[in-house]
Design a protein around this ligand. Structure first.
Ligand SMILES: [Zn+2]
Length: 164
């Protein structure tokens, strides 16, 4: 057992929470090494919790949470944004940044990571995704474009404000 973990974690363990996170993820993965195992996981959902929750690494309190899903066995795991960014390497942090930006000012723009996530989750249509990517960096929008953008921003904010 010790040997397995030593091999799996070779060079990767920086601290206890990282050790706990990698152990928990490995237990839920098909692959037996961290480098392969972490690639089995994709971002299934992100949300800001009303009540602080606990990361898989045992950190508490965590508000920015990611539900990860394993492509091979369908298992889901809830991990804090920080751990996803630092150890798993998925773009959750960029998505949270975009969400905070449009909450501060609804006329701000999302970024491509957030738009892709919204499309993957079917919160927006393919047309809306293409539209948004096209107008994202434009300063002067027509009234119609601006209204459509605000509508998309509002829809995305509603989707990440998940109550448990
Ligand atoms: Zn964590």
């Amino acid at each position: 057992m010790r040997c397995f973990f030593e091999r799996a974690m070779a060079g990767a363990v920086k601290n206890v929470s990282q050790f706990q996170l990698t152990t928990e993820i490995l237990e839920r993965s098909v692959a037996q090494t961290w480098d392969e195992a972490r690639r089995e996981w994709s971002l299934y959902a992100i949300y800001e919790a009303d009540e602080p929750e606990t990361c898989l690494c045992s950190h508490f309190p965590i508000i920015e949470l990611c539900v990860l899903r394993n492509r091979h066995n369908g298992i889901q795991a809830t991990v804090g944004n920080c751990c996803v960014k630092n150890f798993i390497g998925l773009p959750s942090d960029r998505i949270f940044q975009a969400i905070k930006r449009i909450r501060r000012d609804p006329s701000n723009s999302l970024n491509p990571e957030a738009i892709q996530h919204a499309f993957d989750r079917q919160w927006i249509t393919e047309w809306e995704r293409d539209f948004y990517l096209k107008i994202m960096r434009k300063r002067n929008l027509t009234e119609k474009q601006s209204a459509k953008k605000l509508q998309i921003n509002d829809r995305i904010l509603r989707h990440v404000r998940r109550q448990r």
